[in-house]
Design a protein around this ligand. Structure first.
Ligand SMILES: Nc1ncnc2c1ncn2[C@@H]1O[C@H](COP(=O)(O)OP(=O)(O)OP(=O)(O)O)[C@@H](O)[C@H]1O
Ligand SMILES: [Mg+2]
Length: 252
């Protein structure tokens, strides 16, 4: 029954507390969300509404303080920290607004980093990294360091790094936030191609134009899911929110 969902959240809460245990903020206050495999989902909402908090929980960077989260049908609460970081490394590729590349390393070396923990030999690492670099159109810049690249090229490198473990979900928090609009468009084109190849894409954004490219847009307000509607590409792909019995979604 979980086979066709990348992620299922029930009543997810995240409370931040002061060191003395008093409540600082309830950043998520009971979020129910099902993400079908292969969906392109945009998460929107005002600053402070809980988008990054939700993304961090979806990406297993953080644990909920309440509710249930099934990732690929597996209850995340049952996993040890070590298992959780393994799941994260294998199944989830992250893309951040600030790129987070290592300045001393070349593009190729940066993209190889996630493979160091997978016991591959050097040649295999290089080959896999080079394949993803080609996919994002950065082969000509492979031996450059991040400071020698444009913002868009740095974000391409970060996407290649996110892809190198062959994750099933890409999570991007404001991936175009530091880019001019033309460069941002090109990065969104890369994400479109990945979606067309079957990846599940979850994207946090303030930008309505990005939501137009998605299949589904959810809006958070003050830690609650306030709306859940088809995105610009969602008209032919019905939203299965809150409906666990819905069939697997065929995506174009
Ligand atoms: N580590 C933390 N400790 C305490 N409170 C936090 C922490 N991280 C986030 N918060 C609070 O939780 C709420 C949600 O924050 P979150 O970062 O998820 O918002 P956001 O929707 O991503 O905002 P933005 O659009 O500005 O990135 C905010 O009130 C924020 O101040
Ligand atoms: Mg945020």
């Amino acid at each position: 029954m979980h086979g066709d969902h990348a992620a299922q959240l029930r009543g997810i809460c995240r409370r931040y507390c002061h060191p003395d245990g008093t409540v600082m903020v309830d950043a998520l206050r009971g979020v129910d969300l099902q993400i079908p495999r292969g969906q392109y989902l945009a998460i929107m909402g005002a600053s402070g509404s809980g988008k990054s908090t939700l993304m961090n929980i979806l990406g297993c960077l953080d644990r909920p303080t309440g509710g249930q989260y099934l990732l690929d049908g597996q209850d995340v609460a049952q996993l040890s920290d070590e298992q959780l970081s393994h799941v994260r490394g294998k199944r989830i590729g992250f893309v951040f607004q600030a790129f987070n590349l290592i300045p001393e390393l070349t593009v190729l070396e940066n993209v190889e980093v996630p493979l160091f923990y997978q016991g591959l030999d050097r040649a295999e690492r290089r080959a896999r990294a080079a394949e993803k670099i080609e996919l994002v159109g950065l082969t000509a810049r492979m031996s450059h360091r991040p400071a020698e690249l444009s913002g868009g090229q740095q974000q391409r490198a970060a996407i290649a790094r996110a892809l190198v473990s062959n994750p099933s979900i890409i999570m991007a928090d404001e991936p175009t936030g530091n880019l001019d609009s033309a460069t941002g468009e090109a990065i969104l084109g890369v994400l479109d191609r990945l979606h067309a190849q079957g990846l599940t894409i979850v994207l946090v954004t303030h930008d309505d134009r990005i939501a137009e490219r998605s299949q589904r847009v959810i809006r958070l307000s003050d830690g609650l899911l306030m709306s859940d509607v088809p995105g610009g590409r969602g008209a032919s792909a019905p939203v299965h929110a809150m409906n666990a019995s819905a069939p697997a979604e065929p995506h174009a």
